[in-house]
Design a protein. Structure first.
Length: 214
C-alpha cells in the first residue's frame, strides 16, 4: 500500500522548491494565495512557479475565503489544477466555485475532537477532495501551516464520499506513523519540511516523501 501514498508539498515559493518536489516524486505542489502566510506568493511568482511545474505535478492553489475578484485575477494568469479552500467557506460557496471555475475543489476541515467530524461528511458531499487538518488555535493568524497535529485516532478507519488527504503537524519523523494509524493514502506537509518559516528544505522534502511512501 505504502508506495502508492501521494504526497503534497504546500507553500512553494522558489524555483528550487519545484525542483525538490519533482525530485522527491511528490504528486502535488501547493501555492499559497493568503497574504498573512510566510509562504504567500504574488500572482507573478505563482505564474512562474506554475509554468515551471512539469506535467504530472498537480498544481494546487490555496485560498482563504477568497472573493470572486481574487480568484478571477489569479486564474487569469496562473495555471492551476485544483483549488484548495482553507477558510470558513460554506458548502454552498464550495459548490459555487466548482461550477464557476470548472476546477476540482479541495476543502480543508479542521479537526480537534469528535464534534468536528460531521463537517467532513457535509463538505464531502460538495467538494472533490477533503483535507483533514488540525484545527488552528483560537488566536492563530493562519488557518493552517501551524505545525500542529490532532489525535489521529479520531479518523482511524473512517471514510468519506470523496478522496481525502491528511495534514497537520506532519514531519519526516512522524508521517509514517500517521499513515499507519489513519490509513491515509494522501498526505500534505508545509512547515514540517522547512528550515525557517516559508523556506523549504530540499533534504527534508526528500526524507518526508520517502518516509510517506515507506
Amino acid at each position: 500500500m505504502s508506495a502508492n501514498v501521494r504526497v503534497k508539498i504546500c507553500g512553494l515559493t522558489r524555483p528550487q522548491d519545484i525542483d525538490a518536489v519533482v525530485a522527491a516524486q511528490a504528486a502535488y505542489g501547493g501555492l499559497v494565495f493568503f497574504p498573512k502566510s510566510p509562504r504567500a506568493v504574488s500572482i507573478a511568482q505563482a505564474r512562474d512557479l506554475s509554468l515551471a511545474s512539469p506535467v504530472g505535478l498537480a498544481r494546487v492553489g490555496l485560498f482563504v475565503n477568497p472573493d470572486d475578484a481574487l480568484l478571477d485575477a489569479v486564474l487569469a494568469e496562473v495555471p492551476l489544477d485544483i483549488l484548495q479552500l482553507h477558510g470558513t467557506e460554506s458548502p454552498g460557496r464550495v459548490s459555487e466555485l466548482r461550477a464557476r471555475h470548472g476546477l476540482p475543489v479541495m476543502k480543508a476541515v479542521g479537526v480537534a475532537g469528535p464534534e468536528d467530524l460531521g463537517a467532513l461528511t457535509t463538505y464531502g458531499s460538495v467538494a472533490d477532495m477533503l483535507l483533514v487538518d488540525a484545527k488552528p488555535p483560537r488566536d492563530a493568524v493562519l488557518p493552517g501551516g501551524n505545525g500542529l497535529a490532532f489525535d489521529w485516532r479520531l479518523i482511524a478507519g473512517r471514510r468519506w464520499p470523496v478522496p481525502w488527504m491528511l495534514a497537520g503537524g506532519l514531519t519526516p519523523d512522524n508521517v509514517r506513523e500517521a499513515i499507519l494509524l489513519t490509513g491515509a493514502t494522501q498526505v500534505d506537509v508545509s512547515s514540517g519540511v522547512e528550515s525557517a518559516p516559508g523556506v523549504k528544505d530540499a533534504d527534508a522534502i526528500a526524507r518526508f516523501t520517502a518516509a510517506a511512501k515507506g
